[in-house]
Design a protein around this ligand. Structure first.
Ligand code: NAD
Length: 341
């Protein structure tokens, strides 16, 4: 992209990947300002951004990506040069219980953002997911040309958003790049997702619920590597292109759970097998060679090291996930920002 970047609008920046991305951008691009727009759903947690509260280059705004007026106001007031869209309903299990909000936020919300990006003529990076490809057999990897066969309302809503974003490129000439990444792990992940859930349960000596036979295979990538990928897509991605990110760490869920138990010095007796999730994809594996080649991107965090660092983080930040589990984190906004409206 040709336009120099000074200000980026990150959506969903109070979530897991968004928060880690905002930190990476502030660190790696010291002359950028970040406007962080997040609705603070149950998954958004301002306590994850506490260290950025007084950073003059980071401005948090509570709001919905589907609010066109607000988005337009933020883009014009701050002279936003690019939008990184991470805001989403992101939990597959929740999409099975209630798909409606997934369509509202992930599809309709993204479309509103795209319209505003178009109006302002700014680059738009849609952070999509490898789940758009559906499930793989025992061999092979997803490339950017693999058919899109999402299995859950979550992945179907992400697929719709991904394709609408690409359609804005073809139809309106909007400068759009799409990224599709595999499963992330790392600090500040909401403890409903596999790795933080298992760590937190083990630390509380609770059972570790494993779906079905635990043989569902995922490709795990450290969140910092994904964040570096998003930055590379923003700066080096070709307009209209899709880039896969993955780390070649394919492991069955049960293997991950056992590794975590080892790192926490706990026994396998904590594992409890529970009924499988409907439509549970068996295997994902990502071919990220295009991103390696065209974006000069490569994952930097070896899996064993990343997993062990992640366990340490949840051990050392017990207060963070305990407040998430108890729901107390939801008061943080009112306590700290309430007076400012
Ligand atoms: N977690 C993964 O492994 C993974 C992998 C690939 C892609 N992704 C994608 O990356 C993005 C971030 O995922 P995550 O794991 O950090 O999710 P997350 O659930 O932790 O965070 C999502 C954030 O979006 C915010 N949000 C939800 N609806 C909103 C709305 N209408 N307006 C503004 N903000 C809203 C939430 O408050 C939350 O802070 C998602 O788009 C997801 O599909 C995630």
């Amino acid at each position: 992209m040709s336009r120099p970047i000074r200000c980026v609008l990150v959506t969903g920046g109070a979530g897991f990947i968004g928060g880690n991305l905002v930190r990476l951008l502030l660190r790696e691009r010291p002359d950028w300002t970040i406007i962080n727009l997040d609705k603070l759903t149950y998954a958004g947690n301002l306590e994850s951004l506490v260290d950025l509260k007084d950073n003059p280059r980071h401005q948090f705004v509570r709001g919905d990506i589907a609010n066109a007026e607000l988005v337009e106001h933020l883009i014009s007031t701050h002279k936003v040069d690019a939008i990184l869209n991470l805001a989403a309903e992101s939990h597959v299990d929740r999409s099975i219980l209630g798909p409606g909000i997934f369509v509202e936020t992930n599809v309709a919300g993204t479309q509103v953002l795209l319209d505003e990006a178009r109006r302002a003529n700014v680059r738009f990076v849609q952070v999509s997911t490898d789940e758009v490809y559906g499930s793989l057999g025992p061999t092979g990897k997803f490339t950017e040309l693999s058919p899109l066969e999402p299995s859950s309302p979550y992945s179907a809503s992400k697929t719709a958003a991904d394709l609408i974003a690409l359609s804005y490129r073809r139809t309106f000439g909007l400068d759009v790049v799409v990224t599709r990444c595999s499963n992330n792990y790392g600090p500040y992940q909401f403890p409903e997702k596999l790795i933080p859930l298992m760590i937190a349960n083990a630390l509380e000596s609770k059972k570790l619920p494993v779906y079905g036979d635990g043989q569902q295979i995922r490709d795990w990538i450290h969140v910092d590597d994904h964040a570096r990928g998003i930055l590379a897509a923003l700066e080096k991605g070709k307009s209209g292109e899709v880039y896969n990110f993955g780390s070649e760490n394919e492991h069955p869920n049960l293997f991950i759970v056992r590794e975590l138990l080892k790192l926490l010095s706990r026994g396998d007796d904590l594992i409890e097998y529970v009924k499988d999730r409907p439509g549970h994809d068996r295997r994902y594996a990502i071919d990220a060679s295009k991103a390696r080649r065209e974006l000069e991107w490569a994952p930097q965090v070896p899996f064993a090291q990343g997993l062990s660092r992640t366990v340490d983080w949840y051990r050392e930040n017990r207060g963070w996930w305990e407040r998430v589990r108890s729901g107390v984190y939801r008061n943080y906004y009112a306590q700290n920002y309430g007076a400012r409206g």
